[in-house]
Design a protein. Structure first.
Length: 416
């Protein structure tokens, strides 16, 4: 039989299949690259939106408070470096704070026994439904007699403390103090103005001030005088209060109304201060002072000042408020002894608030992730199918080494 060479104008159906598979492979590769670029961009955009809009809400709840208190107790447990006789070392921490006349830190370490003591002793202090007053009484039984006696002599137990009557709002300074600081600000342009502005706020010159806000002003002053006051936070606070009250405007107003020593008198400086207030920024400053007052009410003024030194930026203030409300004196003990590396602030974890922008970005990220997974699965399936076909062809060649008959007809060929 004479065989005729097939014309080059014809191509087998298998060749067309290979062409389609090549096009499909190029499209899937393009889609894979697009998804690979889109996914990290969407993640970065989500982080920017969360940071810009401050979408984490640090709201107090009973369940969340127990979790935060336990995290802080475990952080206090990290102060014990040698895992030997932890109960005796815990007793030593409490006794050390008692000898330093710091009952708040001593109580904080006492209540942190659940995160410090060995498992068997810690189980006594791990009752979820127990109050701090009940845990304090239970923890006292684990102290040595000498430390227990010193603790009970240091002050009343939580269960013995009576509800305090509403105290009058504390004041940062008097009118005479404000007058002295006003004259100093007028005489020295480079003078630190934080105390002066807080003094004006406490006298009501920057708007109505609640008792919590007045207490917050005292906390901020005490924190600003500490050696470990963080410089980044100090810069943000200085910017906030100097925008709330323009010192340049105050100087111009005071000198316009009076001359010489009379410019710094309270009668002249007070209205000059009021006219220099930016009400929008002053409202933000008062809100910050209110947060500091809440922290002080949940702990103590000194404890609140120590907690402030663990903040890096003003955005950490809601976390510190939650820490104080949830962990109380445990947070005070941690603030006093732990290094300022951000671990204490991170113990307060909030809930993410979803917005339209964030939802849209997360949908895009989910689509990109789904696309990557789908393409990988498709390629893996194609590779497995190709391997199976090659294995089958190898088996056919082994069973039929001489080859096989191939029927060539017009149904197997298509024109170009």
């Amino acid at each position: 039989m004479k065989h005729t060479r097939v014309s080059s104008a014809w191509r087998p159906v298998r060749a067309q299949g290979r062409l389609k598979r090549g096009l499909f492979g190029a499209l899937t590769a393009l889609a894979f690259n697009v998804c690979l670029v889109l996914l990290p961009l969407a993640g970065a955009a989500a982080l920017l939106v969360i940071g810009r809009d401050q979408l984490y809400a640090y709201e107090y709840s009973q369940e969340g408070a127990r979790a935060v208190a336990l995290r802080v107790a475990r952080l206090n447990g990290e102060l014990i470096q040698v895992d030997f006789d932890r109960q005796n070392q815990w007793d030593g921490l409490v006794d050390m704070e008692l000898r330093a006349n710091d009952i708040d830190a001593a109580r904080g370490f006492l209540l942190s026994g659940a995160g410090i003591l060995p498992k068997r002793a810690a189980s006594v202090l791990s009752q979820e439904d127990a109050t701090d007053a009940e845990l304090e009484v239970a923890a006292l039984e684990l102290l040595t007699p000498g430390t227990r006696e010193r603790y009970m002599a240091a002050g009343p137990l939580l269960s013995q403390q009576e509800a305090e009557a509403a105290a009058p709002a504390p004041s940062v300074s008097s009118e005479q103090d404000f007058e002295l600081m006003a004259r100093a600000v007028l005489a020295e342009p480079e003078n630190d103005t934080l105390q002066f502005i807080l003094s004006g706020f406490s006298l009501g010159l920057g708007g109505d001030l609640s008792p919590n806000m007045a207490e917050g002003a005292l906390v901020l002053l005490e924190a600003s005088r500490r050696d470990d006051y963080p410089p980044t936070l100090a810069a943000e606070l200085s910017a906030l209060f100097n925008e709330a009250v323009s010192i340049q405007t105050f100087r111009a107003n005071a000198r316009e109304r009076a001359e010489g020593a009379a410019a710094g008198s309270f009668a002249n400086a007070a209205p000059a201060f009021r006219d220099a207030v930016s009400h929008e920024r002053a409202a933000e400053a008062r809100a910050l002072l209110d947060q500091l007052g809440v922290i002080s009410a949940a702990t103590s003024r000194a404890g609140a000042a120590a907690l402030v030194t663990h903040a890096i930026t003003l955005r950490d203030m809601p976390r510190l408020t939650l820490l104080a409300q949830a962990a109380g004196d445990r947070a005070v003990a941690a603030a006093k002894r732990l290094p300022r590396d951000g671990r204490l602030v991170e113990a307060a974890r909030g809930e993410l608030t979803m917005t339209q922008d964030l939802i849209a970005i997360l949908v895009i990220a989910a689509i990109a992730l789904f696309g990557l997974i789908a393409i990988v699965l498709i390629k893996a399936g194609q590779a497995a199918l190709g391997a199976w076909r090659r294995l089958r062809d190898d088996q056919d060649d082994y069973e039929y080494p001489g080859g096989e008959l191939v029927e060539i007809s017009t149904s197997n060929w298509r024109p170009l």
